[in-house]
Design a protein around this ligand. Structure first.
Ligand code: SF4
Length: 317
């Protein structure tokens, strides 16, 4: 799979070129609502997971073809677990004036070196779901050494040192962190972090764990009012009708998947795409949770996320 995918339409940023620095699925958390799947390597130790020079070269090649609205470090795991993510930001900033965003769960900013690496980003997008330790543990199933107060103190220190924009994502799950008491405690905690925006989200596609259930629009609106004027509901942007050619190709793949599982070569043939473009498109859809992968007979098939595992065993030719 390539390190760089898209551009794909992002609910929060517009047309986003994704940079994936982490092997699936390496993270500090194992969130109930994760769309990438269950965490297989839970770690707090940043490592050089993929070569920085190869990643930046891939970004350079991509930018020759298309200009996205933003370049986003995101992907198959937690990007701050790459020890060189700051160098990737620096190299991308040297080659373009397109803003660079860091999509992160925000769990490692208590480490001085991690905050320092993030300072070059134009937008930092951390997540915070609760002011209560037990709720935090329920939702994120973090590495055993991670506690909420440690994470919150890291976010406050980041705010003190970082002059760019912080868009804080608050993810709400029905029956877990959606009570008035939870929302009010979270609002008080967020005041101390002083983000530029609070982006309210819920589960919009089938998540890693069926316990993660979405909120309806009415409750999201109530929470928006409770969180104050910086809050906005992050509207769902399915690829339908969006983002020109890239959106249409994604739309075509999703439509075909309603009928049968597909391999990458099926996508290449159906959409008349080269191998790189098809891999790219599928990776973007995979990371954003629109599709999932399944290995059958040594071949990788792509399926809609909610579809039964058994269906890939009888794929149409
Ligand atoms: S949602 Fe993000 S932070 Fe949570 S497990 Fe998935 S990749 Fe990690």
């Amino acid at each position: 799979m390539p390190y760089v995918f898209g551009p794909v339409p992002s609910r929060r940023l517009g047309l986003s070129l994704g940079v994936d620095l982490i092997p699936p699925k390496t993270c500090t958390f194992d969130c109930l609502y994760c769309q990438v799947g269950k965490t297989t390597t839970k770690s707090l130790m940043p490592e050089a997971h993929v070569p920085v020079a190869a990643v930046t070269e891939e970004v350079r090649r991509k930018l020759l073809k298309r200009r996205p609205d933003v370049i986003t470090l995101a992907g198959s795991g937690e990007p701050t677990l790459h020890s060189g993510f700051g160098r990737v930001i620096g190299a991308v900033k040297d080659m373009t004036d397109i803003p660079v965003a860091l999509l992160t769960n925000g769990s490692l900013f208590w480490k001085d070196e991690v905050r320092e690496r993030a300072l070059g980003a134009d937008i930092i997008m951390p997540t915070l779901t609760s002011a209560r330790e037990t709720t935090f543990q329920t939702i994120h199933r973090p590495h055993p050494e991670l506690r909420l107060d440690r994470i919150v103190s890291g976010l406050k220190r980041l705010r003190e040192e970082y002059t760019g924009r912080i868009f804080l994502e608050a993810v709400f799950l029905a029956g877990i962190n959606d009570t008035d008491e939870e929302v009010s405690a979270l609002r008080d905690l967020i005041v101390g972090i002083a983000p530029d925006k609070i982006q309210i989200n819920t589960v919009v596609r089938p998540p890693a764990d069926a316990k993660a259930r979405s909120l309806d629009r009415k409750r999201l609106e109530e929470i928006k009012v409770a969180l104050g004027e910086k809050a906005e509901i992050v509207a769902e942007v399915l690829p339908k009708g969006q983002a020109g050619k890239a959106g249409r190709a994604a739309e075509d793949v999703l439509e075909m998947l309603t009928r049968r599982p597909l391999r990458q070569r099926d996508v290449e043939k159906a959409l008349d795409l080269g191998a790189e473009a098809a891999a790219d498109l599928l990776k973007g859809l995979l990371i954003k949770g629109y599709v999932r992968q399944q290995n059958h007979g040594g071949e990788i098939y792509y399926l809609p996320p909610g579809r039964n595992e058994r269906e890939a065993k009888n794929p149409s030719p």
